[in-house]
Design a protein around this ligand. Structure first.
Ligand code: ADP
Ligand code: MG
Length: 264
């Protein structure tokens, strides 16, 4: 009886430590360390360090030209980096090809296939992955419902509004069930009303799927409204990381203060 008891405690101990380990791993789900990138002699970003929890919504905020898109593309594997590491859930993905990273990306300009119907645009990634037709149809329908495009499934991109096209792009990124979602100014080509609607929709979907998300914008209001945390980027460096309140009330320096709208 004694032996059995000890066995049980050990098993519980084992479960407990693995649960704790998992929770700790969730706190450090996406780690960027020492990332740097130059094009020729132009340094685009350097000393990028960040520790992002599973399910967190991070906004990368900074003026045009500060390196946001290049950093996002590097995380997606569309650019290489000159130095540093990208670790997801303990795995080094720095040198993996884009399609093996479990990352979905939406760009500022929709980048849809103009000659394909909505349904085929969305199914494209699943076709590439050789997902069987029945499973493909099920997942495409599910994701079209999620982005409220079921009624537009048979249309071509030119028959859609800007906001609808961007929802197709979002659906296309989500359908392959990524662990991480990267959004590069997905709202900036849209008019104000559509923009607000899609912004809220993105946030709802992100929350419901628990997706770790990096959202790029140069719009302070968007950053303040959407994010769990904001990374303020300036000239290729992350100047400050924190929640909206911290960035707004305790900017690290005059540059951060200026960008958060404090003009003296
Ligand atoms: P942001 O998205 O913040 O506006 P980018 O990442 O697009 O900034 O660009 C950062 C800098 O890197 C800019 O000065 C840009 O001209 C430069 N850059 C971006 N892509 C390339 C490239 N393929 N070749 C050379 N320079 C580039
Ligand atoms: Mg950009």
């Amino acid at each position: 009886a004694l032996a059995i008891q000890r066995d049980d405690t050990q098993r519980e101990g084992g479960l407990l430590t693995s649960a704790l380990r998992e929770r700790a791993a969730d706190q450090h789900y996406l780690k960027l360390s020492g990332l740097a990138k130059s094009f020729g002699s132009t340094r685009v970003f350097s000393e990028i360090d960040a520790d992002i929890a599973r399910g967190e919504f991070i906004t990368l905020l900074g003026p045009s030209g500060c390196g946001k898109s290049t950093l996002l593309r590097a995380i997606a594997g569309l650019n290489n980096v000159d130095a540093g590491q990208i670790i997801v859930n303990g795995h080094d993905i720095t040198h993996l090809p884009p399609q093996r990273r479990g990352i979905g990306m939406v760009f500022q300009h929709y980048a849809l296939f103009p000659n394909m119907r909505v349904v085929d645009n969305v199914a494209f990634g699943l076709r590439m992955k050789k997902v069987q037709p029945e499973e493909r149809e099920r997942r495409v329908n599910e994701i079209l419902r999620l982005v409220e495009l079921t009624d537009h499934a048979q249309r071509f991109p030119h028959q859609l509004s800007g906001g609808q096209r961007q929802r197709v792009a979002l659906a296309r990124a989500l359908v392959v069930e990524p662990q991480i979602l990267l959004l590069d100014e997905p709202l900036s080509a849209l008019d104000a009303r559509i923009r607000r609607h899609l912004r809220d929709q993105i946030r709802d979907i992100q929350k419901s799927l628990g997706l770790t998300t990096l959202f790029v914008t140069h719009d302070q209001e968007e950053a303040l409204l959407l994010s769990d945390r904001i990374f303020l980027m300036h000239q290729g460096r992350i100047l400050q990381q924190g929640n909206a309140e911290a960035l707004y009330t305790r900017p690290v320096d005059a540059t951060a203060a200026g960008f958060m709208g404090h003009y003296n």
